[in-house]
Ligand binder design. Sequence first.
Ligand SMILES: Nc1ncnc2c1ncn2[C@@H]1O[C@H](COP(=O)(O)OP(=O)(O)OP(=O)(O)O)[C@@H](O)[C@H]1O
Ligand SMILES: [Mg+2]
Length: 242
Amino acid sequence: MNNASVSSGNGESLIYASGLTKNYGNGTSAIPVLHGVDLSVSPGEMVAIMGPSGSGKSTLLFVLGLFLSPTGGTYRALGEDVLKLQRKAQAEFRRRYVGFVFQSCNLVENSTVYENLELPLIYAGINRNARQAKIEAALERVDLSHRIRHPANLLSGGEQQRVAVARALVNNPRVILADEPTGQLDRKHSQTVMNYFRNFVMDGTTAMVIVTHDPEVASYCTRVHNLSGGMMQAPEGVVSNM
Ligand SMILES: Nc1ncnc2c1ncn2[C@@H]1O[C@H](COP(=O)(O)OP(=O)(O)OP(=O)(O)O)[C@@H](O)[C@H]1O
Ligand SMILES: [Mg+2]
């Protein structure tokens, strides 16, 4: 990875995707899901993606998070041509710059909440005391301070989802990709989580893409797109009072 080419947050897009296509499988059995998605997200922007189940929202997020290679198209993240990186360099890029909230949470089940949040900080080389401070702060933001030493697999679905949000933000990502991060939350905690995201993105150096089915969640965002027919439809306008 060439750090010199990584954007310093001067207003250019942190996410710039053009003509992204994705087929699952090959040849005659290929299942086309993305048909040429264009998406550009600048620092300080929070973009909601809505669309019917099966329309490819998670697929798009996996491509943007470098978990899946697209079949075609271009994608620059923080100004870097990330599709050209080797898999290992892509994983390193993701660890450094991307906070990803999986639709299914993906917590390390036989570890505590603390250990789940500690992992990205250990990868980032942060010392023990600083790790603890960051973990406590992140858990407080999602209203889970009291669960810090709890085994992750003994949490409720909504608690696990909030741990997944805290884990994604604990290392100050420049790009947040969140796949229905409030799907299991009650309204109060959904608002708590959305305010956390919004405050984070409002610092002006971070960009976020959030997949949601919930119009109230979308109302926190600066732009709402609809993914349908494998293409990104025009934004439905600025809806928030950010
Ligand atoms: N690994 C895979 N292999 C083959 N097809 C897949 C795979 N993953 C997803 N698909 C198909 O791709 C399509 C898009 O799936 P995706 O999970 O991206 O949809 P989604 O918009 O996130 O849906 P939901 O709102 O239900 O989460 C679906 O038809 C799905 O069956
Ligand atoms: Mg999905």
